[in-house]
Design a protein around this ligand. Structure first.
Ligand code: PLP
Length: 367
């Protein structure tokens, strides 16, 4: 593109590097002329969809000639029943990524500061930069968010703080005590976004449940997704919970039809499939133990994780191993864009899939 056209974009976008998703299976197979590849690169649910969600989505497709319900009436009622949050405090999103972006567009103006942790989800700096805000990455402590350092970073310029609990790509989580201490240091004019994309995998009362806290903090926005433990990544559905006033502001900018008919129906239905959720969590816990044992045997270091992936530290550039694994038809996630060039993130799969990752790692690393 000619330089003159780049200058048409707002300053933040001119220097923006786009989000790089995990390599799609189809692309790898086309490039290598192989079949039967395995993708453990985007933290998707290895169980495939819940049959209840699939059935609801298929039924809903008969309505695809009509616009979806812009108010998401039925889903919000179901969310209220499930999580005791008011429909007037819920914003639906085309995945939670949509909401992370919407929050930036509603609240940020050029020059505002956005704080997030080093090694936190890459979408936060992207949103900040696209809004011409100033992103500040606060150094992590043992790969985890350092909430004390984040509190110390707050200045009159600070408008937004993004936190991921558990965090992607490190899998670390902070406690309710740490979170409450942070919130008491945050002025009410600074918004805190608590991204709980992996919270379903946590069975630990010391970790906060953001949905229980939105009533307590007027400056807190909690985001949740149906993409991980609920198995609906391809349909795109997430929601944000916040005060009625913040929710009203978000809905002024939200595109009215950002959540489609199939996604709304599947999300509403899947909340009834507790058996699916239970199997998601159990499969993940077993897979976590399996991969941890495998990594130990291969003498590969990993960051202990509370989510549905494990990040390994190869203690040298991970790129050759990533590429050699691709040639074996196994896609994992390199983390160079996170400034973690020696790490690979492995989504936890089924037992057979985890075996295949461990085999591929062993062969490609010559262990
Ligand atoms: C996967 C993920 C999301 C969810 O993205 P969706 O747009 O809901 O699919 C949000 N935050 C983090 C930290 C994630 O890893």
């Amino acid at each position: 593109m000619s330089k003159s056209q780049i200058s048409l974009a707002v300053p933040g976008v001119q220097n923006l590097h786009p989000y790089q998703p995990g390599k799609p299976i189809e692309e790898l197979e086309r490039e290598l002329g192989i079949l039967g590849s395995l993708k453990l690169a985007s933290n998707e649910n290895p169980l495939g969809p819940s049959p209840i969600a699939l059935n609801a989505a298929m039924q809903a497709l008969s309505e695809m000639a009509l616009y979806p319900d812009a108010t998401a009436y039925r889903l919000k009622l179901r969310l209220e029943q499930e999580y005791r949050i008011k429909p007037s405090g819920i914003t639906v999103g085309n995945g939670s990524n949509d909401l992370l972006d919407l929050i930036g567009r509603v609240f940020l103006q050029p020059g505002d500061e956005v704080i997030f942790s080093e090694f936190a989800f890459i979408v936060y700096p992207i949103v900040a930069q696209a809004c011409c805000a100033l992103g500040t990455a606060v150094p992590a402590k043992d790969y985890a968010h350092d909430l004390e350092a984040i509190a110390a970073q707050i200045s009159p310029k600070t408008k937004l703080i993004y936190l991921a609990n558990p965090n992607n790509p490190t899998g670390t989580a902070f406690s309710q005590t740490e979170f409450e201490r942070l919130m008491s240091a945050v002025p009410e004019t600074v918004l805190v976004v608590l991204d709980e994309a992996y919270t379903e995998y946590i069975d630990d009362d010391s970790v906060p449940d953001g949905l229980d806290l939105v009533g307590r903090y007027t400056n807190l926005i909690v985001t949740r997704t149906f993409s991980k433990a609920w198995g609906l990544a391809g349909l795109r559905m997430g929601f944000a919970a916040a005060s009625e006033q913040l929710t009203d502001l978000l809905n002024r900018v939200r595109q009215p039809f950002n959540a489609n008919v199939a996604a709304l129906a599947a999300a509403t239905a899947v909340l009834d499939d507790k058996n699916y959720l239970k199997r998601s969590i159990e499969t993940n816990a077993q897979g976590m133990r399996q991969l941890e044992a495998g990594f130990k045997q291969l003498e590969i270091a990993y960051i202990p994780s509370r989510a549905n992936f494990l990040t390994v530290d190869l203690e040298r550039s991970a790129k050759p191993t990533y590429e050699a694994m691709l040639r074996e038809g196994v896609i994992v996630r390199p983390l160079g864009i996170y400034n973690m060039p020696n790490h690979l993130r492995v989504s936890i799969g089924t037992q057979a899939e985890n075996d295949r990752v461990l085999d591929a790692l062993q062969r490609t690393m010559g262990r």
